[in-house]
Every structure is written in C-alpha cells, then in structure tokens.
Design a protein around this ligand. Structure first.
Ligand code: C2E
Ligand code: SIN
Ligand code: SIN
Ligand code: SIN
Ligand code: FE
Ligand code: FE
Length: 348
C-alpha cells in the first residue's frame, strides 16, 4: 500500500522534534516538522496533514493560539491535534481539550506510547471520514429515491387520467387521439396568449384532456345517438359540464382545479348564450375560453356519431364567423394568426 498519513510535528526545540521523528519513522508516515507556530500555519495551508502533534510552550505564538487558528481552517476541522507538553498540571491539559485537542502526551514520552496514541487518533479520524462519506451518499440516495417516487406518482396519475378519458371518449366515438390533440392545441393557444405563463400552459396541457370527463354520466342512447338530440336529450347532455364538479372541486392539486374550471366552462359562450351558467366575456375563465375554441375546432374537423368530419376551410370559417358571439375574439385572432399550426395538429 503506498498510502501514507501526513504527520506534522510542531516544537521549538530541535531535540524534541528529532526524538519524535526517530520514534515515528518506525511507521510508514510522511513526517514534517515546524519550529514555530507561524511556520506550522504556513505548512498547514500548503499541505494536507492527517494529524498534528503540537507543543504548548513556544516563543511567539504558543500551542493554544496555534490550535485555535487551526480550528478555523475548514479542512482541519476534524483533523486530530495532540498536545505535547512538559506541563503536568491539570489546568493546561483541560485548556488544551477545551480548544479542541483530542489527546495529550507528557514529555519526555515513551516510544510505545507515542506510536500507540498517534495510530489510534489516525484510525479514529479515518473512520470518521468514512462514516461521513457514507452518510453523505445515504442522504443523496434518499433524495434521489424521493424524487424518483414523486416522478413515478405523477406519471401514474397522468396515466390514470389518460385511461379514464380514453374510456369516456371511447364511448362517445372520440379516441385518445382527440384527447391528445385537445391537450396539444390548448397548450399551444395558451403559449401564444400574452397574459399566460409557461406554468399556465403546462396546467392547461394536463387539465384539458379532462374537459368531457362528465360524459361518463351520460347514457349511451344519448351519447351515441346518430341523429340530432331532442331538446330533452340535450338538457341531459348539458349536465356533462357539471357532473364532475363534485369530485374535482375538492382537490387541492392545481391540475385538478384547472380541470374543474375547464369542465365547468368549456361550453360557456362569449355572448352569454352558453351553458351551464350563461356566463359572458371574461366572466368565463381564460382556461375555459381556450378549451372551448379548441374543443369545437377539433369536433368540427372530426367525425362524430351524429355528424361527418368537416373540411378544414369550412371549420376555419365557422371559427372566424363566431368570434365575439361563441368565442373570445382576442383568442380567435391569435388562433387565426397561427392557424397553420393548429391545422397541422388536427390533421395529424
Ligand atoms: P362534441 O361532439 O365534442 O362537440 C363539442 C362542441 O363542438 C359542441 O358543443 C358544438 O359547440 C361543436 N360542434 C360539434 N359538432 C358540431 C356541428 O356539427 N355543428 C356545429 N355548429 N357545432 C358543432 P355542444 O353543441 O354543446 O355539444 C356538446 C356535446 O353534446 C357534443 O360534444 C356531443 O357529444 C353532444 N351533441 C351535440 N349535438 C349532438 C347531436 O346532434 N347528436 C348527438 N348524438 N350528440 C350531440
Ligand atoms: C376522432 O375524431 O377523435 C378520431 C380521429 C383521430 O383519432 O384522428
Ligand atoms: C350541434 O352539434 O350543435 C348540432 C349538430 C350539427 O349541426 O351537425
Ligand atoms: C352550423 O352552424 O352548424 C353550420 C355552419 C357552417 O356550415 O359553416
Ligand atoms: Fe363538452
Ligand atoms: Fe370534447
């Protein structure tokens, strides 16, 4: 093994250093010495020592002061400092410990004692480092796992939403593709709207697929009717906007709250002739106004039980003609400006 511990010996008396080095050279250590506190601090900055043997009584900076300065250097926070002292009075030893020393040796020391103490402190120091590293990697692992689980839950929720909406749309002849197109186009229109943020666009993207979730409560004979609905049947059909409200309203999740708004308001009309509440203009939430435009455009351009798919030009004309009556005119302007992108999506 070519790993070697770096040991620093600090003492103003050359003979003491000589003696310590003679004993410690038995072990495979890199030995360095300093003859003063000032010199020691310079060496400490330039190198990385694993243990410091520190004389207390020195001219200039004494061992206590050196010890205090060492403890302020980040990389030495946990590096063991062993005091070497001729003093035997309990006060100086206590002071040494209070400054952060981990051990002390009374001079002159026995060879075995010096070797044993240095070895013990180095081993303790190393286990501490290993433990710290272990704790750090454990913390990172926990963080990573937490993130992974959260991501999986979010993905799982999205999947459930898609499955539910596909089931519902399946019954009403609208496929999962309809749901995806409505999500994509609603997000696109939101992104072009000057007062909506990227976060709004993402919300709409995840919430828009649920706009017709209330159709789950509409019976097949109405939902799948090949002809125009009677007035009574249409009244039942209208309840698909309010049907999901009692479930969605209680959610604290932003996406579910957005879905609630969109489900409730996607058949409201700008001029107040829509349902279920007959709201007008900006009484209708922007999310609702956006999905209203996209839902109609997608419905017109695709086949339903009760209608053929319309040509693109006819559908675009319909959207234009109903700006300011059915639809928010500002949103229709944006829609028309970028119509090629929306047309590309309905044709996909
Ligand atoms: P949907 O099929 O997804 O249609 C959504 C909206 O697109 C409709 O909301 C309407 O505003 C527009 N739309 C769709 N097809 C046409 C169309 O051929 N002409 C015009 N002018 N607009 C169209 P609306 O009218 O509130 O209908 C809500 C839902 O009620 C429809 O969703 C559909 O599931 C059902 N529905 C509406 N009318 C009929 C019908 O005559 N027969 C049957 N079987 N279902 C209908
Ligand atoms: C639909 O009208 O939603 C079905 C057509 C398609 O998935 O592209
Ligand atoms: C409607 O969906 O509003 C009526 C169906 C149609 O005009 O084809
Ligand atoms: C309609 O309002 O359903 C007919 C409009 C059109 O044919 O463009
Ligand atoms: Fe609807
Ligand atoms: Fe729809």
């Amino acid at each position: 093994m070519d790993f070697k511990y770096n040991v620093l010996i600090v003492d103003d008396v050359v003979d003491n250093i000589q003696m310590a080095m003679n004993i410690l050279k038995e072990e495979n250590y890199n030995l360095t010495f300093a003859l003063s506190g000032e010199e020691a601090l310079t060496l400490l900055e330039q190198n990385d020592f694993d243990i410091i043997l520190l004389d207390i009584m020195m001219p200039g900076m004494d061992g206590y002061e050196v010890c205090q300065k060492i403890k302020k250097i980040d990389k030495y926070l946990n590096v063991p400092i062993v005091f070497l002292t001729a003093k035997t009075d309990i006060d100086s030893i206590t002071k040494g410990f209070s400054l952060g020393a981990v051990d002390y040796l009374i001079k002159p020391f026995h060879a075995e004692e010096l070797l044993a103490r240095v070895k013990t402190q180095l081993e303790l120091y190393r286990s501490k480092l290993v433990l710290e590293e272990h704790n750090l990697s454990l913390e990172a692992k926990v963080k990573y796992e937490r993130k992974r689980i959260l991501h999986e839950m979010e993905e799982g929720q999205k999947e459930i939403i898609y499955m539910l909406t596909e089931m519902i749309e399946g019954r009403s002849q609208e496929t999962g593709e309809h749901v995806k197109r409505v999500a994509l186009m609603s997000k696109l229109l939101a992104e072009y709207h000057p007062s909506l943020t990227t976060e709004d666009a993402t919300n709409i993207f995840h919430a828009a697929p649920m706009h017709d979730i209330g159709k789950v409560s509409i019976p097949d004979n109405i939902l799948q009717k090949a002809d125009a609905l009677t007035k009574e049947e249409f009244e039942v059909m209208k309840t698909h906007t309010t049907a999901a409200h009692k479930f969605l309203k209680s959610s604290k999740r932003k996406i579910m709250q957005s879905a609630d708004i969109i489900a409730m308001q996607h058949h409201e009309k700008w001029d107040g002739t829509g349902y279920p509440k007959g709201l007008t203009g900006d009484e209708i939430h922007l999310y609702g106004r956006i999905v209203s435009i996209i839902d109609v455009f997608d419905a017109l351009t695709h086949e339903r039980y009760y209608k053929e798919a319309w040509e693109i030009d006819r559908s675009i004309e319909y959207m234009k003609k109903h700006a300011g009556t059915h639809f928010d005119p500002q949103l229709i302007d944006i829609f028309m400006e970028h119509q090629n992108e929306f047309i590309a999506i309905v044709q996909s």
